[in-house]
Design a protein around this ligand. Sequence first.
Ligand SMILES: Nc1ncnc2c1ncn2[C@@H]1O[C@H](COP(=O)(O)OP(=O)(O)OP(=O)(O)O)[C@@H](O)[C@H]1O
Ligand SMILES: [Mg+2]
Length: 419
Amino acid sequence: MRALSGGIDFGTSNSTVGFMENGQPRLVELEHGEVTMPSAVFFNFEDDRTYFGRGAVSRYTENVEGRLLRALKSVLGSSLIQEKTRVKAHSIAFSDIIGSFLHFLKENLETRLGGPVDNIVLGRPVRFVDDNPQADRRAQDELEKAAQRRGFGNIEFQFEPIAAALDYEQQVTGEELALIVDIGGGTSDFSIVRVSFERAQRADRKEDILASHGVHIGGTDFDRLLSIAHLMPELGYRTQTKDGKRQLPAGYYIDLATWQRIHMLYTNRAMTDLRQIRYEAARPDLVERMIDIVANRQGHAAVAEVERAKIALTDLTDSAIELRLTDEALHLPVTRGQLNEAISATVERVREAVAETLANADVAPHQITALFLTGGSSAIPLLRESVLDMLPAASVIEGDMFGSVGRGLALDAGRKFGV
Ligand SMILES: Nc1ncnc2c1ncn2[C@@H]1O[C@H](COP(=O)(O)OP(=O)(O)OP(=O)(O)O)[C@@H](O)[C@H]1O
Ligand SMILES: [Mg+2]
């Protein structure tokens, strides 16, 4: 029997699984007919089972007792990967949690294909970690080990923006010099690729790929920045101590605003510290809100609400962050202008990365004829405008924001493993 193969786009926020069928790339239906699923894991303390994707998020939202983990990909290459997180009486290493998530995706692919899948192309950002090649290498090794332990025999890696380019190329008629911009939950990835129908047939594309580059900036950063600018001050961030000598310590506020750090607040030590901070605070009423969120394990719900407001501001100029606390309802209006202000320095770094990608490829901005946008955060108006502004001759091509990379990885698996 021929070995089966596929591609996995393990995203910071969402994941997809691709495979080839009759020469066409397709995505596996992972949950209730949905081809994308949140990269979320929930350890349910009530029934001692582990849930993935929407099943994980919904149990958390329904206040089932347990532990939710999100943005796990951001842990790769960081010191957090060595750590274990408490799940009831025992501790589980982050690498094993990532492994169990990959295993869930593998099972879905195998069910779809009707047999064991040995060959896999895993997508990876151009850089898991900025400006640290060793940590970046470690991140890929950690992901590879997690996949090996879960039974994948042959593992290949592909840059996510190259996968997106392979998918985009399916619809190209002439020849284009394309800038592929994939701005997801955790990273912004760029490739400059010569694409055409004829080139798409070649097995080796090295000479068509003029440059790839990436920075560790994505939607989870925009959530964090919006939260720090507009939610955290309402919980006491940047307020003074009673004696007026200093500001309250920022650390726990940053943790609460950062998807992959929220679980760090759920310790006795953090609660003791927060009570001490409240005692010393000039505005204990604000810190009380923070304690309320942490005590009720509403950290992920709070960032999810900030994320919801951020997404709403893609289509609307006004929105609000709404939080229900034990004794009050918070209603914090926020405008698109305020979002833009909160993220502008970070968007500028994305522009710099685009400029660097062009320079690495030795391509002038006006030579780019197509801008292929993909990834959920590419919808943010300020980001689109900022990038398009740099490319006077490019037409914008809208990708499938959530499916391009997974389908491109399937195409790549087809080429690499000959299926
Ligand atoms: N309409 C929208 N406007 C703004 N942001 C959006 C929109 N839709 C989704 N997002 C954001 O896009 C991100 C998810 O995008 P995507 O699924 O492409 O990321 P990912 O593939 O999981 O991450 P990565 O590729 O960086 O590992 C989230 O941060 C989400 O808030
Ligand atoms: Mg992605």
